[in-house]
Design a protein around this ligand. Structure first.
Ligand SMILES: Nc1nc2c(c(=O)[nH]1)N[C@H]1C(S)=C(S)[C@@H](COP(=O)(O)OP(=O)(O)OC[C@H]3O[C@@H](n4cnc5c(=O)[nH]c(N)nc54)[C@H](O)[C@@H]3O)O[C@H]1N2
Ligand SMILES: Nc1nc2c(c(=O)[nH]1)N[C@H]1C(S)=C(S)[C@@H](COP(=O)(O)OP(=O)(O)OC[C@H]3O[C@@H](n4cnc5c(=O)[nH]c(N)nc54)[C@H](O)[C@@H]3O)O[C@H]1N2
Ligand code: SF4
Ligand SMILES: [Mo]
Length: 876
């Protein structure tokens, strides 16, 4: 069929919590074109680089197509029977708390609802937790403590209307790019002031009026100080404070903290406080720099304290705004995905709530206490207390702190089931039973984004092989465990109706999460459902919370908390002198099982790295592009050095994305201790302590190949290219025969070979050919390999006349690493345009090269290149 004649289907991007609407058009041969939905209230047509590249990730090359039991192909009947039997027999012998589910904020509401119902309602244990524990748990705890409910008060429109946007521990430009573009558009229009509070200088600082590079973990001290200034400056709201308890105690505690621990200059702190005093309309956006901390819940409450004191909450253009990470992080909290919650904002520990849910589900007694939170859950797995474990839609062997121990625990568990779209993950490799799930473009359901907007995800592609929907797999196991009626769902719309009906019962307890008006949505209306913000009830649709001073504690008032600053749990010491911060890069999603399929997205940053301050690097003898070994009490990692003053001295930053599949030495969570916030149980992913030293490489290598290959050396990192694969290599072991080494690397025992060797200098260039076509090439050197990578990665599969020079032919400009992933524009092309054509604005670069004109995610980097040129000119 001709793709262009197929209609477009509205759906939602499966990556971040912005929840952008997409329009999908299948091309009729398994592919998909994707564009932003101009009518979706989250993005109005915009997409970031990841959303724009979704079409490149729907191929089946890496998909898991059938169930596997102990690595052997199996049928659904056999594998589901096995899962049901093992869970049932384990429960019969060891009790319901001997089993656990570990699920994900990327599950759809309907999948999540069924998982939660099965575990809490029927298995009778609360041992279901989610990767949202690593992500949003501190916000959940903080909001519940302050508001009596886990609710984001504001909406995205507040970002358009604010006069001041404060980003705390949020790299919005890279992690919520479409929201960042929204803030930029508002800044253009109304001059919105921007403050970034982050220990390192990120892409989000590019347009900021003020960047406070505070000491890691010191946020509470900063916001405590702000609270005292709100008081002294008379910015507190007496009328609103009638709806708030705890002002005096909170203020008293705030005065006891010393803002000097932030390491900031008094003048910068004063400027921040002045901006807060000057602009009533302030939105404080916060994310993982706040949540992923052993004082994460307190950090959240220190921010909420300020907004409550000033009454700046739930009004247009102001409020605290926790941006969610995963597409359905918010929905997961609403369906009760966390071990300490019930569905629809009901509390597990409340007997009336439990009784209502039990009756509604027609279930046995519900567990009375919270189940194990993620870190404790995997510790219980390691200790043999959890004997059957089901991991769905998440990759904990990579993303949990102390990841090597987690991986060992999963491997050692008596019975592990993993549901995933691919078998090629570090977690899937540990499973006894591997179940093939449908991927986002193949499944239908709903998700809730950061501003409480419920959107539909719609299937547009057929499920490959035997893959089945997550809700369907879960419900099938529920039926096989004997609960036929409870899990007799025909389609996700039916699950959604049940969920919406339950929210009506929750609302009767005065809970705020209420979508009961959707409880009688028939299948057709569900198919057509438009994005809408909850609550959705007979007399209320969407809107903001709390401006009216109504909160959800029993007395209807909010709480301000007395808080004191606490440093991160791990202390630097002579053996581990560096503080290691971790996070995300612009073009990869978590453990890269999907974004890693796109050559374009892989071209931005193709290997794991560590950012280090120039003075620290100099002291350790680490030069540009050298490799660095990081060691912590948990393990060690090898990463490429990026020397940059964006990093404070004594602090390092490394990305979280690389895995055993892509760069085994770069699994950063294998060196991070599992320290958690005492209130939320969220791990401290951003403040490990490590030692750093130069990795003494005997040789460095760069390789390209038209076929996949898996190196076996101390350091390697591979990525996809348009015509095959690329890899960076290094080893501390000398090689005596480079021909043998190269043949083994690529699995090419007989291919014809060309080699240029400079044995004296330890430099080798080796190419393998089939006819005149390049199959693979390896470049080896004693120092980090200097070749035109972006040229070479395009040469596999093509005639390979001058590949061994490693340079681009003189008549062909080398575009350099891709900076604009959407329009495929390299950094050298951009620099040339700036320098030779004098294009000194982002608009001019866009007009000439197309760079930055699609998703805009690269605009901060374009601006940085222009600024660098301006500085050079000023100096000249
Ligand atoms: N490109 C991309 N986007 C994503 C994702 C992705 O994988 N890739 N994942 C999504 C998910 S699930 C999430 S949760 C979000 C996360 O979105 P963000 O939270 O914005 O991203 P991170 O890079 O994890 O961390 C944000 C910042 O916190 C800073 N930080 C570290 N310690 C401190 C501290 O003590 N105080 C303060 N104030 N800041 C600190 C870090 O330097 C970092 O720049 O991104 C979502 N969007
Ligand atoms: N050091 C450090 N560690 C971190 C963080 C950090 O900032 N620093 N951030 C933490 C945060 S905020 C998060 S959210 C986590 C994320 O970490 P994870 O959740 O572990 O990472 P993902 O790669 O998103 O894992 C999703 C898995 O689901 C699979 N999958 C995709 N689609 C489907 C589907 O439809 N069904 C099923 N069943 N499977 C599917 C994917 O192939 C992949 O294996 O990482 C956490 N870990
Ligand atoms: S900002 Fe990017 S990743 Fe996030 S939902 Fe929108 S398109 Fe997807
Ligand atoms: Mo997250």
């Amino acid at each position: 069929m001709d793709g262009s004649s197929l209609p477009e289907t509205r759906s939602t991007c499966p990556y971040c919590g912005v929840g952008c609407g997409v329009l999908l058009r299948p091309d009729g041969s398994g592919g998909l074109t994707v564009r932003g939905d101009p009518d979706h209230p989250a993005n109005f047509g915009r997409l970031c680089s990841k959303g724009a590249a979704l079409g490149e990730t729907v191929g089946h090359q890496e998909r898991l197509l059938t169930p596997l039991v102990n690595g052997q192909q199996s049928t659904w009947d056999q594998s589901l029977d096995l899962v049901a039997d093992k869970f049932s027999s384990t429960i019969a012998t060891h009790g319901p708390d001997s089993v656990a589910f570990y699920v994900s904020g990327q599950l759809l509401n309907e999948d999540y609802y069924v998982a939660n119902k099965l575990m809490k309602g029927f298995i009778g244990s609360a041992n279901i937790d989610t990767n949202s524990r690593l992500c949003m748990a501190s916000t959940v705890a903080g909001q519940k403590r302050a508001f009596g409910t886990d609710t984001v008060p504001g909406t995205y429109e507040d970002l358009d209307e604010a006069d001041l946007v404060v980003l705390v521990g949020s790299n919005l430009a890279w992690c919520h790019p479409v929201l960042y573009q929204r803030v930029m558009a508002a800044r253009e229009k109304r001059g919105t002031k921007i403050v970034v509070i982050d220990p390192r200088r990120t892409a989000s600082c590019d347009q900021a009026d003020l960047h406070l590079a505070l000491t890691p973990g010191s946020d509470v001290a900063l916001f405590n100080h702000l609270l005292t200034q709100i008081y002294e400056g008379g910015a507190f709201d007496k009328t609103f404070l009638a709806s708030v308890q705890g002002f005096d105690d909170a203020l008293h505690a705030a005065y006891a903290d010393d803002v000097a621990v932030t390491g900031l200059q008094q003048a910068e702190i004063d400027r921040f406080c002045d901006l807060w005093m000057r602009y009533e309309k302030v939105v404080t956006v916060f994310s993982q720099g706040v949540n992923q901390s052993t004082s994460g819940s307190d950090k959240v409450n220190s921010i909420l304290n300020c907004h409550l004191a000033a009454g700046r909450i739930g009004k247009p253009g102001c409020g605290p705004f926790s941006v969610t990470g995963q597409p359905n992080a918010m929905g997961g909290r609403e369906v009760g995905g966390l071990a300490n919650m019930l569905a629809c904002h009901l509390d597990l520990e409340n007997a009336d709530h439990r009784a209502t849910v039990q009756q509604f589900w027609n279930a046995g007694p519900l567990p009375q206490q919270a189940g194990l939170k993620a870190v404790d859950m995997f510790r219980a797995v390691a200790a043999g207390k959890i004997k059957a474990l089901w991991i769905i839609h998440t990759n904990p062997a990579v993303s949990m702190p102390d990841a090597d121990a987690v991986r060992a625990a999963i491997t050692g568990c008596d019975f592990t089931v993993v549901s995933d779209v691919t078998a090629r993950t570090d977690t899937a490799r540990c499973a006894d039973v591997l179940l093939p799930a449908t991927a986002w473009a193949e499944k239908s359901g709903t998700v809730t984004n950061s501003d409480r907007t419920l959107s539909r995800q719609r299937a547009v592609l057929a499920a490959p092989g035997a893959a089945r929907h997550d809700w369907d797999i879960l419900a099938s196991v529920g039926r096989r465990m004997g609960w036929t009626h409870a899990f007799d769902y025909e389609n996700p719309a039916e699950i959604f109706r049940e969920y919406a009906a339950l929210s009506g019962l929750a609302a009767a307890f005065g809970r705020d999460f209420d979508i009961s008006a959707l409880a009688d949505t028939d299948d057709n209306s569900w198919d057509d459902m438009q994005p809408q913000r909850w609550p959705v009830t007979a007399n209320r649709k969407g809107g903001r919370f709390f401006a009216d001073g109504r909160f959800y504690h029993p007395d209807g008032k909010a709480r301000m908390l007395p808080l004191r600053w606490r440093p991160p749990a791990a202390k630097t010491e002579p053996r581990f002198p560096f503080r290691l911060n971790t996070g995300r890069i612009r073009d990869q999603w978590h453990t890269m099982t999907r974004t890693g399929l796109s050559p374009r997205l892989s071209a931005h940053l193709a290997e794991p790295f560590v950012d280090i301050h120039p003075e620290d690097a100099a002291r350790l003898g680490i030069s540009r592009a050298a490799l660095v070994r990081l060691t912590s009490p948990q393990g060690s990692a090898i990463l490429r050095a990026r020397i940059t003053d964006a990093q404070n001295r004594g602090e390092l930053f490394a990305p979280m994305h690389w895995t055993g599949e892509t760069a085994p030495a770069g699994r950063i969570d294998s060196i991070i201790a599992a320290q958690t916030d005492p209130v939320s149980g969220q791990p401290e992913s951003k403040a490990a302590v490590v030692a750093a030293e130069k990795f003494q490489a005997a040789w460095y290598g760069f390789a390209v190949s038209s076929r996949e290959f898996r190196p076996n050396v101390a350091y390697w990192a591979r990525a996809r290219t348009q015509s095959g694969w690329r890899a960076e290599l290094a080893s501390d072991v000398e090689v005596t025969n480079w021909e043998d080494q190269a043949r083994a690397l690529f699995g090419l025992p007989d291919a014809s070979m060309q080699m240029v060797a400079d044995t004296a200098r330890g430099a080798y260039r080796i190419a393998f050919l089939e006819g005149d076509k390049l199959l693979a090439a390896l470049f080896v050197s004693k120092a980090p390999v200097a070749v035109m990578r972006d040229y070479l990665v395009e040469q596999t599969g093509h005639p390979a006349s001058d590949v061994l020079t490693g340079l681009t032919p003189a008549d062909r400009p080398n575009a350099g690493p891709v900076l604009c992933a959407c329009m495929n524009v390299g950094v050298n092309t951009i620099i040339t345009a700036i320098e030779q054509q004098g294009l000194m604005t982002i608009e001019a670069l866009g007009a000439a090269l197309g760079a930055g004109t699609n998703c805009g995610s690269c605009k901060p980097e374009l601006a940085a290149l222009i600024a660098a040129r301006q500085m050079m000119e000023a100096a000249e």
